[in-house]
Write a protein that binds this ligand. Sequence first.
Ligand code: GLN
Length: 289
Amino acid sequence: MLLKDIQTIFHNELDTENGANEVNSFFNILIKHYLSLNRITLVLEPNLTLTKKEEEPLFEALTRLKNKEPIQYIVGETEFYGLQFKVNEHTLIPRPETEELVEEIINTIILGGEIKPLKILDIGTGTGCIAISLAKTLKNAEVIAMDVSEEALKIAKENARLNDVNITCIQDNILNPNNSLAEIEFKFDVIVSNPPYVREVEKLEIKDNVLKHEPHLALFVPDDDPLKFYKAITAFAVDNLNDEGYLFFEINQYLGGEMKQLLADFNFKNIKVIKDVFGNDRITKALKP
Ligand code: GLN
């Protein structure tokens, strides 16, 4: 079949749900991933014909896209902070807002002069996107990435290897730490986390591609205690940050005020709530008490 005819089928099947631009983007990602074809091929070689075998993964992907599966899970990878990351159903897909968090941490550290080798802990690392981008950029840093999910840690380790950085991965649950965290004998200069923060009441706002396919373990918190991870991590940070150490969070956009209060209750200093590019409260930055 002609490549451009397959593209037309994609538009016919998916445009109503996704819009033509997004469908073009899906198609370009798929032909690059499965056939190493550049999007420009569609223009330059209008008569390019695929064999049955070449068509197969495209039609399999179409079925999965119709089932609202994110394109990143279909191809098994995505880009974050200029790096490639493997993703699967055990990990959230890294978000652009989280790139802003990484940028904020890097700017803070670089402006601070980065005098000594920093020790950084990322709690709830998922794909490892935060830990690995920090390790890649801050060559002096020693980065520890923790997650409750063994499956997520497998992906984080693979991503560290693919991006050629050394990070230490540990399995633990910040709500109920076992020995792994306690065994760490030093304190940290930076603790960062993008923990689950979406309330059950907000499920209505969440699109099907997220709701049906991304791990709920990494997304949702109960309505009656939406900051439970933040409380546990902040308490941990009080004991495990060095003096002048920073605590960074990605936060629920509706809970900026509550987060500020929480950090103030634990006596953190210089508390800042920072907005993302969409103008939503998204990041907090605070200095150890
Ligand atoms: N920002 C993610 C979303 O909108 C949620 C990430 C999280 O819960 N930490 O789905």
